[in-house]
Design a protein around this ligand. Structure first.
Ligand code: NAP
Length: 509
């Protein structure tokens, strides 16, 4: 059995227990263990902060080159990481690629942004503004790196990409990172960090790893640091409410859960309808529905609900559920026993408002954490509450009718109280325009699919490095990715005023 170590203070440290077991969710076999008992979190934070000057001294182009090295180091162990994601996460190979290649792709995207920014060390925000009568007296807003450390806490579902997408933004901004993956699937992150450290891709201290609980880590943070958190809304609340975080004004960027919705517009036929069914199927089955961006609620004009259930059910029936090591399998188990329990309880809790219309909660396999896929139907979405509030983190979506107007669809979508993403499938331009206006303020991303792009459209659950990831309200209000927008949590805005031309020169404008 593998014992995971933490990379802190420039060395690999073995915990002293108590131990948390990591399992293979297909076989229920324990394959590794992790503990941070005995780890000196204060020293870990100080060591990471000490890498700040080296990162800040680099230009964006040079930081970009580091990201490229890190991406190459990860890619070099790609096959190993895919195997670990299959073993420790129950991922199919395709799910695992989504995570691992997503990590290298995101790092490469930010490497390219660094290259394009060239010789500067801080970001310029907007144009200089005149503050006196002579044009010489000017002010320029800049975004400068925080002089602290970024604590990147991630959920179990993306052990590779989750750390890479946070680290890419922090490193490009000039801030060192300590990664803290969810313990249950930390085997993948552990190997990924090992590969980056072994390749000497970064200045020492720019990357640390905590394999296990956070101990008293937060007691060592100040306003100069930032906690970038991805996980459930409950954990986010606990972190935000931590006494030290509040006392010291530690910045917290939250990517939490979400009741993402898809809307089928009236009159959507042929290619648009096919894309709607194709994407709904993907969002339910990819990573066994364990994606924060997966579609949880599907709104359909009342007169089309039965057809959609039949068509989506038929499509779901083509997915083989089983051991993700087998090529023909399209969906593996849930990642942990706890996730299985939580998904079962979730479907039960929705029971008063929604009933299963396709699939069976009971697994056919005699071992492993298998569940679903399941389609639920709720006929009174306006009267329902739980279907809009309870995230069943698995291959489960609830279909609901609406009256065919954009206003009704938007009012139901908004019952999710702020989401990462919503998708609209339709060709009626009036409907689409009204839906976009009504829904954009409640989401980090809207995916609009019409017949012209239906065959090329990217399913709504796919997060792209050049577009914003993060949503308002329940989704946590965080900001990740979106190109340079993603550097936001790791920089401080400062207005530099004085001799305009000189300041421009000094900043490399
Ligand atoms: P979770 O239980 O909230 O855990 C998330 C992370 O927080 C893990 O690394 C966990 O570590 C850590 N953690 C737990 N308690 C903590 C505490 N008191 N202080 C500091 N860290 C703590 O979430 P999960 O079960 O891993 O992931 C599923 C949830 O994440 C879903 O609700 C999903 O919607 C959400 N999610 C959101 C996004 C997004 O981008 N918005 C992406 C993926 C997932 P341990 O594992 O060691 O407990």
């Amino acid at each position: 059995m593998q014992t995971l170590t933490s990379y802190v203070g420039g060395r690999w440290v073995t915990g002293e227990g108590p131990w948390t077991d990591l399992t293979d969710p297909t076989t229920e076999e324990v394959i590794a263990r992790a503990s941070t008992g005995g780890v000196d979190f204060g020293a870990a934070v100080r060591h990471a902060r000490a890498a700040g000057p080296a990162l800040r001294a680099l230009t964006f182009a040079e930081r970009g080159a580091l990201l490229e090295k890190a991406a190459k180091a990860i890619h070099a162990v790609r096959e190993e990481l895919l195997d670990l994601a299959i073993a420790n996460g129950g991922n199919t190979r395709s799910d695992a690629k989504f995570d691992v290649d997503g990590a290298t792709g995101t790092l490469m995207h930010y490497a390219e942004l660094g290259r394009a920014l060239g010789g500067r060390r801080v970001l310029l925000e907007g144009e200089p503004s005149n503050i006196g009568r002579s044009g010489r007296l000017q002010g320029q807003h800049v975004l400068a790196p925080r002089h602290g450390v970024a604590i990147a806490i991630n959920a179990f579902n993306f052990p590779c990409w989750g750390l890479a997408e946070k680290a890419a933004c922090a490193w490009l901004a000039g801030v060192p990172v300590i990664g803290k993956p969810a313990t249950a699937t930390a085997l993948v992150t552990w190997r990924m960090v090992q590969a980056v450290v072994e390749a000497g891709a970064l200045p020492e201290g720019a990357l640390g790893l905590i394999s296990g609980g956070v101990g008293d880590l937060f007691d060592h943070l100040t306003w100069r640091d930032v906690v970038a958190f991805t996980g459930s809304a409950d954990t986010a609340r606990r972190i935000r409410g931590h006494a030290r975080i509040l006392e010291n004004g530690v910045a917290v960027n939250v990517e939490a859960d979400s009741l993402n919705a898809a809307v089928l517009a009236p009159g959507a036929e042929d290619a648009t309808y096919d894309a709607f069914i194709r994407d709904a199927h993907k969002e339910i089955t990819q990573k066994a529905g364990q994606k924060c961006t997966a579609t949880r609620r599907i709104f359909v004009p009342r007169d089309r609900l039965d057809d959609v259930i039949a068509d989506l059910g038929e499509r779901l029936g083509t997915t083989i559920v089983g051991d993700p090591r087998r090529d023909e399998v399209g969906m593996g188990p849930l990642a942990t026993k706890e996730q299985l329990r939580s998904a079962r309880e979730g479907v039960e809790a929705l029971g008063g408002e929604a009933r299963v219309v396709w699939g069976q909660p009971a697994a056919k396999q005699d071992r492993g954490y298998f569940f679903g896929p399941l389609l639920l139907r709720a006929d009174d979405p306006h009267g329902a509450t739980r279907v809009h509030e309870l995230e069943v983190f698995g291959p489960v979506s609830t279909l609901m009718p609406y009256d065919g107007t954009a206003a009704d669809a938007a009012s139901l979508v908004q019952r999710g109280d702020g989401s990462l993403v919503a998708s609209i499938y339709g060709d009626d331009r009036e409907f689409l325009a009204a839906a976009i206006v009504e829904m954009a303020g409640w989401h980090g991303r809207l995916v609009v699919t019409d017949e012209k792009i239906a065959d090329k459209a990217i399913a709504p659950g796919t997060v792209l490095p050049n577009l914003l990831h993060g949503g308002p309200g329940r989704a946590g209000g965080g900001t990740e990715l979106g190109g340079l927008i993603g550097l936001g949590p790791y920089v401080q805005r400062c207005a530099v005023q004085g001799n305009g031309p000189l300041i421009a020169k000094l900043l490399g404008a």
